[in-house]
Design a protein around this ligand. Structure first.
Ligand code: GLU
Length: 444
């Protein structure tokens, strides 16, 4: 059995961090077992679906490194749904119902008013052929419901939530098709999961009650249901489902300079018992990924944590991984010198500016200025082929008796225009002899 998962977004918007997390978990689970990760565009809702969103979903997944091993879209599969629908109708598992939205609403209110659960009363099942003919003669068109088997208790072992039990008698027969013939989410999704050979359905816990009904749909379609993992939802650091999270997606992540690897490392681990670690290789994340680590409490997404993780991931990236995003001139040695100081790859440009100059040093005291002048002489006399920073500071130490901050800080300030930054031993060779002498000399 090839482990096969799918990510099934509706193209009614761009992906947000919650969807990205679901996509990632599906990808990780499939890749952990050398399986397949499929993209399914759930575009049965023609009115709200947009081609531009389909394209954006593909681009975002590619940027995140979550390439799909195949793609399908529901709008191309209507004949299949029609065929399965007809078979289920002939078998008595789907039935026409004629209540209007207002009628259904009234029924619900009456039940709730009596303190009863608002379960559909199946009045449509009691209609005779003559009743239906009369309703149709009035111009009513039916919507269609899936008839749950009340004698078949529903249960599954959820990979995250453990044993789940539902009594179908407490559930409404789900509407699967509207009066205009359009499809609701439930049945096409189950048909596709069968047809695509999905072995694991990984999605948010907001789908748990859908799953209960879909379990019976799988059975009515003559197959065993796939395995399910329903994850707790994502909330913001303040513990709520915020509006911000709903709009936070790849575009915002890119703009902030976050690496796809940092996003994956964070989203793979929040809400689980495993620590968030700067794991840059997504294959390693996949190897350690397990639904057994997931908790039932919502996963907290904290952008500050992402920023921190991003820096730790950037510190691991080799030159090859970032070369095409660096300003021309930063070679492997340059990258390694600068890297430990970066929160994002983009910031490399700022440090490269420091290397190439011009830099603006602060005003120095007369004493420091004299010291820097001596430093310029020392720099001119140095052998620059080995470790010029060490040679420079050693000779200045011997010459002036300065040490510690008094020795290092004015040099750093004159050479870089800043008080802090990358290791000077790595930086000075990049600045080079000419520029270094010039910067030390300029301060007199
Ligand atoms: N299109 C559905 C959604 O976005 C898919 C749910 C599922 O994974 O089955 O909620």
């Amino acid at each position: 059995m090839t482990i096969t998962t799918r990510f099934a977004p509706s193209p009614t918007g761009t992906l947000h961090v919650g969807n990205i997390r679901t996509a990632l978990h599906n990808w990780l689970w499939a890749h952990k077992y050398g399986g397949r990760f499929l993209l399914r565009i759930d575009d049965t809702d023609a009115e709200r679906s947009r081609e531009a969103f389909v394209a954006a979903i593909r681009t975002d997944l590619a940027w995140l490194g979550l390439m799909a091993d195949g793609e399908t879209r529901q709008s191309a599969r209507f004949p299949l749904y029609e065929a399965r629908f007809e078979a289920l109708r002939d078998a008595g598992r789907v039935y026409p119902a004629y209540e209007t939205a207002q009628e259904l609403d009234l029924k619900r209110k009456v039940l709730l008013g009596r303190g009863l659960p608002p379960v559909y009363d199946r009045a449509a099942l009691a209609l005779t052929d003559a009743d239906r003919a009369a309703l149709e003669a009035e111009g009513r068109r039916p919507h269609w419901r899936f008839r749950l088997d009340h004698d078949a208790p529903i249960g599954w072992h959820d990979l995250i939530r453990g044993d789940q039990r539902f009594d179908p008698r407490t559930m409404s027969d789900p509407v699967i098709r509207r009066a205009d013939g359009s499809w609701l989410y439930m049945l096409p999704s189950a048909i596709d999961d069968v047809d695509m050979g999905i072995t694991h359905v990984v999605r948010g816990e907001d789908h748990v009650s859908n799953t209960a009904a879909q379990i019976q749909m799988f059975e009515a379609l003559g197959t065993t249901p796939p395995a399910f993992a329903h994850e707790a939802l994502l909330v913001g650091s303040e513990g709520k489902l915020s509006k911000r999270l709903g709009s936070l997606g790849v575009e915002a992540f890119r703009e902030a300079g976050y690496e796809p690897a940092a996003i994956a490392a964070l989203l793979a681990r929040i809400g689980t018992s495993q620590p968030v670690e700067p794991i840059a290789d997504i294959r390693l994340l996949a190897a350690g990924f397990d639904f057994g680590h997931f908790g039932r409490a919502p996963a907290r997404f904290d952008e500050a944590e992402l920023a921190q993780l991003n820096a730790r991931i950037v510190h691991q990236l080799d030159h090859e991984a970032v070369a095409d995003r660096l300003p021309a001139g930063i070679d492997a040695a340059g990258w390694e010198a600068i890297r430990p100081n970066l929160a994002t790859v983009r910031e490399a440009a700022d440090w490269w500016q420091v290397v190439e100059g011009p830099v603006e040093a602060p005003a120095f005291s007369a004493e420091d200025a004299a010291f820097l002048d001596a430093a310029a002489d020392a720099a001119a006399a140095l052998d620059w082929s080995a470790d010029p920073w060490r040679a420079l500071t050693e000779s200045l130490k011997a010459m002036t008796g300065r040490k510690g901050k008094a020795l290092f800080l004015p040099l750093r300030q004159a050479l870089t225009g800043r008080d802090h930054g990358p290791d000077m031993a790595a930086l000075l060779p990049l600045i080079g002899r000419e520029r270094a002498i010039e910067r030390l000399r300029l301060t007199v």
